[in-house]
Design a protein around this ligand. Structure first.
Ligand SMILES: C[S@@+](CC[C@H](N)C(=O)[O-])C[C@H]1O[C@@H](n2cnc3c(N)ncnc32)[C@H](O)[C@@H]1O
Length: 214
């Protein structure tokens, strides 16, 4: 049992191949669609916005974000360190990548390969609890965001509590209050959490938003 728990926990952090990897990929697509929709909806993406998704997984949120910038000068960037997720997202976003609207990078969110003050919105869904060096990631987000740029994240407290009970996560990894305190300590302002309902899926999750000071 411990072996299975550890395998799931490992694939949740970095989805890979094999039976457990395929199972986690399948679950991400079904279970996390609502969070991806919530993260993109709360990013209020305008056609000329430059947007970045951290830990894009299968790429559902990127697809949604690309749709919002397709008639403008905007662009969508994504970074994820799982080769399996990169392949999955590349497949889903073949046309958007070919047209240059979407650019995907296989890399670690702790080392963002983007210019300073270049991005309007950075969003992530179901992710921050897997970052080993969260402090470094937050400093990187601040660096790449334009002044007054927004950081948006979606999470599901009920699922996270269940994941903790099943041994996939520890409370101190995902505690949203601690994450919000860390955002404030890193000079993000207007740090708020709210419930968000995704009507089309009959699904409710939580969204944290924060702003980079001018
Ligand atoms: C639980 S999955 C969530 C995927 C997707 N956002 C969703 O909601 O379905 C976490 C994702 O973050 C990626 N990830 C975790 N830590 C990362 C890191 N340090 N750098 C880059 N990607 C990371 C994983 O590869 C995986 O695709």
């Amino acid at each position: 049992m411990a072996f299975f728990t550890n395998a799931i926990a490992s694939h949740l952090r970095k989805p890979g191949g094999g039976f457990t990897g395929r199972f986690v990929k399948f679950m991400l697509k079904i279970k996390n669609q609502g969070m991806e929709i919530a993260a993109v909806a709360n990013s209020n993406i305008e056609p000329n916005d430059v947007v970045l998704e951290l830990g894009f997984g299968p790429g559902l949120g990127l697809k949604d974000a690309a749709e919002k910038v397709k008639n403008g000068e905007g662009k969508v960037y994504g970074i994820d360190f799982s080769p399996a997720m990169m392949a999955e997202a590349m497949n889903l976003l073949e046309a958007e990548v070919a047209s240059g609207k979407v650019q995907l990078t296989l890399g670690d969110v702790a080392d963002l390969p983007y210019r300073d003050n270049s991005i309007d919105k950075v969003y992530h869904s179901n992710c921050y609890y897997f970052w080993e060096d969260r402090e470094t990631v937050l400093k990187g987000i601040l660096r790449v965001l334009k002044p007054n740029g927004k950081m948006i994240t979606a999470l599901n407290k009920v699922s996270l509590n269940l994941a903790e009970q099943r041994g996939f996560l520890r409370e101190e990894q995902y505690n949203p209050d601690q994450y919000m305190e860390q955002l404030k300590a890193n000079n993000f302002t207007d740090v708020i959490i709210k419930d968000y309902r995704v009507e089309e899926l009959d699904y409710t999750c939580q969204v944290i938003t924060a702003t980079k000071q001018n």
